[in-house]
Ligand binder design. Structure first.
Ligand code: RB5
Length: 145
């Protein structure tokens, strides 16, 4: 069974609580790296915690949420091992897996309906990477040092 890492800031907290219910219903285990309330906080703290756990191999997959999705997505993508995709409709969630082999899905908690968010979660977790021509593109993403 896949274990999912979760992270949000205060703006993403309410949707993250819903995501937990959907994950339970789908039979997934999860670990929540915070935040744990709607009290104002800074999203990088929680994004880095999730990214570092994925880098250590503790999880293959993460779901993260802030208000727009942008701040937490930018932070996650500073980590070499992370391919984090901002998703707000299931078609984009599917393509994030098929074409980008995304290992984290980010959603904009303040700008997505619960129905769309649920579909994004289900789709992201169920869709495999297509490989083929997309592999070379993914291999070329990291900045050469
Ligand atoms: C918090 O107000 C908001 O700025 C944050 O959740 C996010 O949208 C930042 O990108």
């Amino acid at each position: 069974m896949k274990k999912i890492g979760l992270a949000s800031d205060h703006a993403g907290y309410p949707l993250k609580e819903q995501v937990k219910e959907w994950l339970k219903a789908l039979g997934y285990e999860f670990v929540d790296f915070g935040t744990h309330s709607t009290e104002s906080c800074n999203y990088p703290e929680f994004a880095h915690a999730l990214a570092e756990a994925i880098e250590k191999g503790e999880f293959e997959t993460g779901i993260a949420i802030c208000g727009t999705g942008n701040g937490i997505n930018m932070t996650l993508n500073h980590h070499d091992a992370i391919r984090s995709a901002l998703c707000w409709m299931p078609e984009i969630a599917a393509l994030a897996r098929q074409h980008n082999d995304a290992n984290v899905m980010v959603m904009p908690g303040r700008f997505i309906s619960p129905e769309s968010a649920k579909e994004c979660v289900e789709t992201f977790l169920a869709t495999p990477f297509e490989g083929g021509r997309h592999q070379a593109r993914i291999d070329a993403i990291p900045v050469k040092k």
